[in-house]
Design a protein around this ligand. Structure first.
Ligand code: PEP
Ligand code: MG
Length: 294
């Protein structure tokens, strides 16, 4: 596989926990470095790779980082909370990532999942920078979206995780079928929260990307572009479709569409309106073979 032959420009979200879901013993820093290097290697010299530290807990149980039973794991010890509570775990992972970056020469950015406070972000980012890498946090918890401007002094970049941000803004478990119909990333609260983060980041010249499912779905990807998001990270299976859509519509069209939907109050109406407008603009074919939002 050669990244040079691919339409992929870097990796926007390397979910490291997927390498370790079934491990009952934590891999050493050296073993982690070998694994990360395999992912980084093809991108040496082209784009950059955003490595997310272990997002264990809640819907992603990792055997070696097993937790006590929790009544409400989505609001419990997960993501960065787990890492900061087990400093050795985080040190070993960051050492492994730094070693893989050094070995491959790939430009490596490191970000933390499930950040809720500025103190957590400061602690994490200083540990990443000590190792000579760029540091950022995910915007998944509403506290970070609301106070985005304060995080900008601390981070080199932000990445909005719209899957969890939607879940936490709307108080809807994204994996609970009973409330699935309430889970809607077009909800105006979600759109306005994203816009707020992007506007704040741009005032400070900090790059902001989106790495949730919204980035891989044609209608929402176009809205995100219109908001000025710097990079969209998606599954390879959505890449060509989204690229085709971006090329097919004018920026003035998506800006107008964004302005219209920002004034609306109902997420389902917004989703239907976006579909209708894109259909009219000749993107019906690209819309119809879309993947459902999470
Ligand atoms: C997200 O929450 O949007 C995200 C990208 O993280 P994950 O889907 O892995 O929780
Ligand atoms: Mg998430």
């Amino acid at each position: 596989y050669s990244a040079a032959e691919s339409p992929v420009q870097g990796v926007g979200l390397f979910r490291t926990e997927l390498c370790f879901l079934d491990r009952s013993v934590e891999p050493s820093a050296e073993e982690q470095a070998d694994i990360y290097a395999q992912v980084l290697e093809p991108f040496a010299g082209s784009g950059h790779v955003v490595v997310r530290t272990l997002d264990a807990g809640s819907d992603k149980p990792v055997a070696f980082a097993t937790l006590e039973d929790e009544e409400n794991p989505a609001l419990g010890v997960r993501g960065l909370r787990l890492a900061l509570g087990n400093p050795g775990l985080l040190h070993r992972q960051l050492d492994g990532i730094a070693e893989a970056a050094r070995r491959t020469g790939a430009e490596t950015w490191v970000m933390a999942p499930m950040v809720a406070t500025l103190a957590e972000a400061e602690d994490f980012c200083s540990q990443v920078r000590e190792r000579g890498l760029r540091a950022g946090v995910m915007v998944e918890v509403p506290s970070v979206a609301l106070l985005a401007d304060r995080f900008l002094d601390v981070v080199d970049f932000l990445s909005i995780g719209t899957n969890d941000l939607t879940q936490y803004l709307l108080a809807v478990d994204r994996n609970n079928r009973q409330v699935a119909s309430l889970y809607n990333s077009y909800h105006p609260a979600v759109l306005h929260a994203i816009l707020h983060v992007v506007e704040q980041a741009h005032e400070e010249g900090v790059p902001v990307s989106v790495c949730g499912e919204m980035a891989g779905e044609v209608g929402s990807a176009l809205l995100l572009m219109a908001m000025g998001v710097n990079a969209l990270s998606m599954n390879a299976s959505n890449l060509l479709k989204v690229k085709a859509a971006v090329r097919q519509v004018k920026a003035s069209f998506t800006r107008q569409l964004l302005n219209e939907v920002l004034a609306m109050d109902n997420g389902e109406v917004i989703a239907a309106y976006v579909d209708l407008q894109l259909d009219k603009a000749g993107l019906g074919e690209l819309l119809r073979n879309r993947k459902a939002l999470v």
